[in-house]
Design a protein around this ligand. Sequence first.
Ligand SMILES: Cc1ncc(COP(=O)(O)O)c(C=O)c1O
Length: 387
Amino acid sequence: MSHPPLSDRIEAVEESKSVKLAGVIAGLRANGEKVIGFNVGEPDFPTPEVVIKATQKALAEGHTRYALVPGEAFLREAIAKKLKRDQGVTIAKENICLSNGSKQVLYSLFQLICNPGDEVLVPAPYWVSFPEAIKLAGATPVFIPSEDGTLNFDELIKRKTSKTKAIVLNSPNNPSGLIYPKELKKEIVKYCKSEGLYLISDEAYETLTFGDENFIGPAGLADQNLENTLIVQSFSKSYCMTGFRLGYVAGPVDLIKGMNKLQSHICGNTPVFIQKGALAALENEESIANGMREVFRKRSALAFDLCREIFPETPMPQGAFYLFPKIPTNILEKYGNDEALSLHILNEGKVALLPGSYFGMAGFLRICFSTSESEIIAGFKAIKDCL
Ligand SMILES: Cc1ncc(COP(=O)(O)O)c(C=O)c1O
């Protein structure tokens, strides 16, 4: 007899389509094909030297043991200081728990706050892992539709039911590159407070903003004691540490206690030598982030201009490193849908990008400009030539 099937829970979840496609592209490249990668959502910069050195030193010093589940005091204190400095958020280390990447933070959070049958409001377009992490907790993602990537508050409150537990906000947004206006963020905090909801604020791209103003999240605007807001943060994007797998949540103490309980059975702690590297990243944030922001600002302007020549309805990116063009009707009709078009561009143009339907908005494309200017120019030329 063959072995039993997998659980219904895991069968109901989809593998990350962007991760899956990255595997296909790796296969093409292994066969000698040259593919321009407009698909991968990670900075193309090397991990900063200060981070590598601090990590190596920590390894040499023997920081290789089991340690505190939520993370060492030195890093949680540094994070609390950073949140105070950047957003006026007043919390202590007891409000913070580190996990293996913000992916794990999000998975754990939905396990903590959702019962089966609960609902979580997710504005479209959304990052691919939000709905699946919600489903893994037995809850239901309820999507807020959008015409153009912006979020309409009335559409959001229309979908709130007695089962709603939380709203997920991600700004700067993956995939749209848009930043939600401050007034909207304030309004949503006010709404979460009056309705008794969690506001999960994924701030993975906080240092990658292209306007004159620095990032400020919903907590910084209207919930500085973190009564309802859970700040989810990642070391991956801002400090080029994707492979270190480190992220954290900052939130109310009782929730963090629950997080510790859960994490003590999942992975225990995150490695202390990684935390030492992360401390170096925070201590050098200004030089790391400023340099990168300038490069991405320049690339975003270049990519935006080239993209608009092919896809005139492309909103100007305000942060992160993504463009989210609407596919013109004539192109959409020619290829059928956004998935077929992406596949055509991959096969004929040798450019990898992602269909908007992966992110809850069919008829769009996600183009990541986390690559050199020459690749950006070559990539858009190849897309133009193959259509
Ligand atoms: C919005 C958003 N949140 C979280 C993550 C995951 O980051 P991490 O590497 O910390 O798991 C990503 C990665 O693409 C992302 O785009």
